[in-house]
Design a protein around this ligand. Structure first.
Ligand code: ADP
Ligand code: MG
Length: 347
């Protein structure tokens, strides 16, 4: 085995690796190193490839006698971002001189996931705390000034009930979100009658539609029939989209639901079921559209909260559609209305 052959296997690992001699010259760099930090020449000083002082400090520490040195380091271009850097002294099978192995593990994705998780926890805590502090406030009032005031007591109890309901809805949505996420990799195995699902959701929301002076019109292709999917989850998709359309549309308008079977839908292999929910409303400004499926993202949080929204509906829809290997498209025209399209593959 020649000198370079002993490091050949490093071309198959994820981390970027360099092997240096005691003059800090590059004796070997693996493929991951080239793709993250650019081309290098053998014999080149590592300083010319990795221009990061913290990383070079680690190299020097090991050159001065430490066996291992490690640290999380933020790199500028071209590598961009956080890496776990580890420098270790290793033996060369061809000589008595020892070598240095630098390995750089990209932890940007891990860091991003961690940031998202902590944002999420902060958001959930905030969303739960506001109804809870409202309830606590009313309890105080009921024990004090409102104690002997029956009409006030009734009013406060109603408000407390509303806030408690909000917490119940929030927790229910959080649980369905985490359930869908946990099953994300497993495709649903059941078959469902999508038209029957739409009709049952339509019935359950009929009162809400009537209260808001809106009608729901369903146009369904008769040949759609049974499709692969999870019944509970597809109910949630239809429910969230229809609820939103009823909630955010103008009074005295019609929400249209269309279901059809399509054979050539761009970007989808094979036949798909296309479910379209469209409403007549003020519409959604362009800059919001890509963010609507983020957890707790609302265009108008005041309005969403007043209407009992949790800000999780579209996040749940997106995850369910992903689990079904489908697609969710959101289109909107300001002053006219919005269209939410769900594509579900038939096989
Ligand atoms: N049909 C729609 N028309 C206008 N805006 C909508 C519509 N559906 C959703 N949105 C916007 O997207 C946001 C997120 O929706 P969602 O996740 O269902 O949360 P919620 O309805 O609880 O606020 C809503 O707050 C609203 O701003
Ligand atoms: Mg909603």
């Amino acid at each position: 085995m020649d000198f370079l052959e002993q490091f050949e296997h490093l071309n198959y690992v994820h981390e970027a690796n360099y092997v240096l001699n005691s003059a800090r010259e590059i004796m070997f760099g693996n493929s991951a190193a080239t793709s993250r930090f650019g081309q290098h020449r053998l014999g080149q000083d590592i300083v010319q490839v990795i221009r990061n002082p913290e990383c070079l400090d680690l190299v020097n520490e090991v050159l001065e006698g430490a066996r291992v040195a490690e640290k999380t380091v933020a790199f500028a271009s071209p590598a961009n971002g956080l890496f776990d850097v580890r420098v270790a002294r290793i033996a060369d099978i061809h000589s008595t001189e020892s070598l240095l192995l630098i390995s750089l593990l990209d932890i940007n994705a891990t860091q991003q996931a961690e940031d998202m998780r902590s944002d999420f926890v902060a958001n959930v805590s905030h969303e739960l705390r506001s109804p809870l502090s409202t309830i606590s406030g009313f309890i105080e009032t009921l024990k004090g000034t409102a104690k002997n005031d029956p009409p006030a007591r009734e009013r406060f109890l109603d408000l407390m009930e509303q806030e408690a309901d909000r917490m119940v809805r929030l927790i229910a949505d959080l649980l369905s979100l985490s359930k869908v996420e946990a099953n994300q990799r497993r495709r649903p195995s059941g078959r469902v009658d999508i038209i029957e699902i739409i009709q049952s959701v339509q019935t359950s929301l009929a009162k809400k539609a009537k209260d808001e002076e809106k009608t729901v019109a369903l146009h369904a292709d008769t040949d759609v029939g049974n499709i692969p999917g999870d019944e509970d989850e597809l109910i949630q998709v239809v429910q969230n989209l229809l609820e939103n359309a009823l909630k955010y549309s103008n009074a005295n308008t019609t929400v249209a639901i269309k279901v059809a079977l399509e054979n050539d839908e761009a970007g989808m292999p094979g036949p798909v079921v296309v479910l379209v929910v469209s409403d007549v409303s003020d519409g959604i400004e362009k800059q919001h559209i890509p963010r609507l499926t983020e957890r707790f993202y609302r265009v108008d949080s005041h309005r969403s909260r007043n209407d009992g929204g949790t800000g999780l509906g579209l996040a749940i829809v997106k995850h369910i559609v992903q689990r079904h290997r489908g697609r969710l498209k959101i289109e909107s025209e300001v002053g006219r209305g919005s269209t939410f399209t769900v594509l579900l593959p038939m096989s």
